[in-house]
Design a protein around this ligand. Structure first.
Ligand SMILES: [Zn+2]
Length: 362
């Protein structure tokens, strides 16, 4: 008799998260504390419960300005060594408490230089925080490993510099690189020098592509820049035609993405908030998973989307009737697609993920 699939039991299942933003996952109470410590006065309220609701409502409002304002507050309180280390440590603890066994958490170091820290100091502070959070989680009986991705902001043209920063810290837990920020008007090829540099260095990277913008963004990310994974990649469905008989016909690009097993870092709730999908039930993840693309499930911004990886899974279970075998498939997909070394990926799949799901399915 297999364990029923509920939010509670999903929390106990080993999970892997590849797309989670450090500045999108703070605890509301921490935002309030840090604002006081760094003298940030712009918060809409200093009551943690109200602030949590404000973040979720602003992200849900359908207004891009209000959505972006949420990040002005989180970034605004994070620009000191202590703040970055605290936010990173708590992220590791919160993810571990949700049953995440491996996570890749990303952030853009260039957003935190206002108070005088260098890019290297910023990376060191975050790494210190993640190690501390892993330690605290282990003490609480939860093993988690965090890999870091450094993002360049598309509109700032500092991608080459940040790519160098990622390579400099690759042996200290930085496992890859990404570009984030507005997609329209900022095609991935603008940062081609950064991607060429990373390829010369045998370094890993993913690219936010196909979230707000269509197929050309995905095509450039893969074929010009050499992205190993796609952040979101939702719009790949524009290259798939589903006939009235339910039969799907894939275009050349969609076929390429599926044939090459290019991982899609899908973030269902976030996509609904930004208008990239109308609802969970109508989210392309259902079709893409059915067609066996290399689909992974992610949180994007836990604070703004008021979600956890477990709640994302629970929402998919409700919308598509998934069972443990499907949740294991998403999890193994994510582990296979991570930027961790092959031997470690294999160890986590064989020693942690498969036994974890076997127990739930027994
Ligand atoms: Zn993202």
């Amino acid at each position: 008799m297999s364990t029923p699939v509920t939010l509670e039991t999903i929390r106990s299942a080993p999970k892997v998260l590849l797309h989670d933003h450090l500045d999108g996952g703070l605890r509301p109470a921490t935002v309030v504390d840090l604002a006081r410590e760094v003298g940030y006065t712009g918060l809409p309220t200093t009551d943690p419960a109200e602030l949590g609701e404000w973040f979720a409502a602003a992200a849900d409002s359908g207004s891009l300005e209000r959505y972006l304002e949420t990040f002005a507050h989180t970034v605004g309180v994070m620009g000191t060594r202590e703040a970055l280390a605290r936010v990173a440590a708590e992220a590791a603890e919160d993810l571990a408490a949700d049953g995440v066994v491996y996570a890749e958490v990303r952030y853009a170091p260039e957003l935190f230089t206002d108070r005088g820290m260098s890019l290297d100091e910023i990376v060191e502070a975050v790494q210190e925080g993640f190690r501390e959070g892993e330690r605290r989680a282990a003490e609480a009986g939860r093993r988690i490993r965090i890999g870091t991705l450094l993002c360049g902001m598309r509109q700032n043209d500092r991608a080459w510099e940040i790519a160098n920063l990622a390579v400099r810290h690759r042996d200290a837990g930085v496992v890859g690189f990404d570009i984030a920020g507005p997609e329209a008007g900022f095609p991935p090829t603008r940062n081609l020098d950064a991607f060429e540099y990373l390829r010369r260095e045998n370094a890993h990277f993913t690219i936010h592509a196909g979230e707000a913008f269509g197929l050309p963004s995905i095509w450039e990310a893969i074929q010009h820049c050499g992205a190993e994974r796609l952040g979101h990649g939702v719009r790949i469905v524009d290259d798939i035609e589903v006939g009235e008989d339910g039969e799907a016909r894939l275009g050349r690009l969609a076929s390429y993405v599926r044939d090459r097993r290019i991982p899609l870092e899908m973030c269902p709730t976030s996509n609904i908030q930004t208008g990239a999908a109308p609802s969970i039930a109508e989210h392309p993840i259902g079709l893409l998973a059915r067609l066996r693309f290399r689909v992974t499930v992610n949180t994007d911004n836990r604070l703004m989307s008021h979600c956890t990886l477990s709640s994302e899974f629970a929402a998919l279970v409700e919308a598509f009737g998934y069972g443990w075998a499907d949740l294991q498939w998403f999890t193994v997909n994510a582990m296979k697609s991570s930027f961790l070394g092959f031997d470690e990926r294999l160890r986590l799949i064989n020693d942690v993920i498969k036994p974890g799901y076997a127990k739930l399915m027994a």
